[in-house]
Structure formats: C-alpha cells, structure tokens
Write a protein that binds this ligand. Sequence first.
Ligand code: PHE
Length: 426
Amino acid sequence: MASNAVRVSLFSSSVWRVCGAVISLLSLSLLAGCKPAETPETTASPTAGATASATTEPGGGGATQDTTGDTIKIGHYASLTGETSTFGNETDNGIKLAIKELNAKGGVLNKKFELNTEDDQSKPDEAKTVAVKFAADSKVVAVIGEVASTRSLNAAPVFQKAGIPMVSPSSTNPNVTKVGDYIFRVCFIDPFQGAVMAQFAANELKSKKVAIMRSQKSDYSIGLATVFTDEFKKAGGEIVADVSYNETDSDFRSQLSQIKGKTPDAIYIPGYYGEVGTIARQAREQGITVPLMGGDGWDSPDLVKGAGGPGKALEGCYFSNHYSKDASTPRVQDFVKTYKADYGDVAPSGLAALGYDAMMIVADAIKRANSTERAKVKEALAQTKDFSGVTGNITIDENRNASKSAVVLQIKGNEFTYKTTVKPTK
Ligand code: PHE
C-alpha cells in the first residue's frame, strides 16, 4: 500500500477563525483502488471546533418532564418529504434498525424505546415548528435530528431552552453544537471535511484552478465553500470563480457559463443532491467536462438519477463522506447485512449509518446515566468515549462534536466507490 503522504499544515479560514476553530491537515495520502481498512491510512488534524461555551441556558419553553412512562420516547425530526427527502427517510431507517436491535435485547433500564418521527418537509421554519411540538411533549427523553445544518440551527435553540438533549446525526456546520450544552453531534465538522476535499483537489487531482458553486441560503454550503477556498489557496491553488445559487432554482446555466469562461480544472459544489444532479447535467450540456467535487450532501440514491443516470454527468466525480459501505471491518459488514435484510437489499448510506449510530449513542447514554432524566442523559452524552459506531469510534469532545475520519468516494455508475480515507490527528 503505497502512500504519497503529502505533509501540509493548514490553518482555518476566516469564518472558522472567528469561531475559534483551528484545523490543520497534516497529511493526506491516497490509496486508489484499496478497500478501507480497519486503520485509516491518512491523517488530518483536530477538528478543533469552538471553544465558545453554551450560549443559552436550559430551563424554559418546554413541558416539565414526566419520567413515569413504561417506554422511552425518542423524537426524530427529519425531512421525510420535500427537496431532501432521502436524507430524512434514510436516517429514520437507520434509527429504526437501532431501536429494533435495542428492543430485541429488552431495551434499556427495563424499558423499550418508542420512536416518534416528525416530518419537517425539508424546511428550516418547519424544523422549528416541529421542535416546539417535541418540547411540549413531557414524555420525550431525547431528540435526534436534523441532517441539514440550517434546519438543525433553527431547531436547536428550542431544545436547548427546553432542556432536551438533541443529537444531530450528520449536521456538519460548526455552529450547530455551539447553540448550547444540550446539543450534540456524532459526525465530524466542516473545517475538516472542506480541508479534505481541498487537499484532494490539489494533491490528487492536481488541480490548480477551481471554481466554486455555493447554495446561498445554506449554512452548510457557505461554510464548506469558505473553508475550501482557504485551504485550496494554502495548497497553492487559485479559486477562479465563486458563484451562488438558490436551492430551489432549476436553471444554473448563467452561473455555469460564467464558470466556463474561467476554464477551471475542477468545480467544487458543496450543495445537496437535488440541485447537484441538475447542475451536473447542465454543466455537461454546456461542454464543461472537468471533474465535479462535493461533500456529504451528495449522498443520496437520487443523486445519479438527477444527473441523467449512471455513466452520465457525474460519472467519475468525487465527494467526501462519513463512511463507506465497502469497509471490510466486521462492524460495517454486519450492519450492511442487517440493514439490507430490513430494507430490501438497499445498501445503507452514510445517513442511515449515522442515524443508527446516533440512536445507539443515545441508548448508551441513558444506560450509563441509569436514568431517563434529560439533564442526566445530557451529562452522560457529554461523557461518551470510544463508542464503537458503524461510522467509526465516537468520542464526544468538549464542544460536543465527534472527531472522526472522512472518506472520499468516487461515483461509478450507480455506485459510490471507496477511494481513500482521511483521518484526523489527535
Ligand atoms: N452535513 C450536511 C449538513 O450539515 C448534511 C448531510 C449529512 C447530508 C450527511 C448528507 C449526508 O447540512
């Protein structure tokens, strides 16, 4: 296994510096064609995150908790419908699988889990509305959600105020957990994810000139575009165009022709799968043939469909993600098998895997707290250490984030195939 271990030290973009975040990608090496192994092959540095402490004190705006029930009620707010419906549904599937396994073993504290999922229709305002509903429910012990950072950011203050622990499975924007000490996540954050792709562009694709297309109302997209810009420049590259779009747009031709005029070597599109498919198609129609790159927001069975089908506009393109179903570890392979058995031979996405891990971590915290009291569950969540998840080992740090490896996946036909792993250093 050859590794080209380029050593690069990076510091964060202005946005993350404001947040007190400092990252450095120590080395990134590629193992093209290799399967993910137990030990990831490459390293990148701490996703240091914010040092800012909780901003909102809990203890208001919600119903007083009633712990007398004979089940443990977990809330999940998710995009079951709307623009990013695959995100919500796949996450829900992962949570349900975890609950099935937990309940088969008798649940926790002699109580079984009960899941209550509410649809936020992929809308930030609706995420808040649903959060208010959960906050008024005296039986809810903890809440899982959301996937999309902007929706998590809209709902988190409600849970913080009500004193209900919230665990985001996959929101990667650093600001999400800064809302307060009741807000956690089980995934890495964007200063890391953005650096991974900037390094990939510079070192593996040997790109010198990259164009960026960002979704202008998405905290996630703006954050990734910013960190990518800083990291790619530090790697010696140039950002030749940086254009914005609205998630609900369907015509991206004018932005694309602007980009085309700048003749980039690659285009970074840190958006969600819906618009990315359309952007890719319209890019190819305009004769733009360079590789397109993205982040975890590309992870959907509908991505390739939207790009015109397998072998079409997104063939050979790359994105960063949380996990690869191809990992050879027994932990991942068992999960893939049980998931497929329940969901009709469909391999679990990163979203399903993170939903599963989020639920398992909530259950583990309740067990360690030996209580369903929200404040005690929150304390136990904060102490999560070395929890063996499907998406890697999870330790919740002092900023309530998890420092984990990222993978780079390549689109081949309908498959997202494993390309490389990038590990954060301690
Ligand atoms: N990380 C994305 C966000 O913060 C959401 C996402 C996670 C999408 C995982 C797909 C897969 O908005």
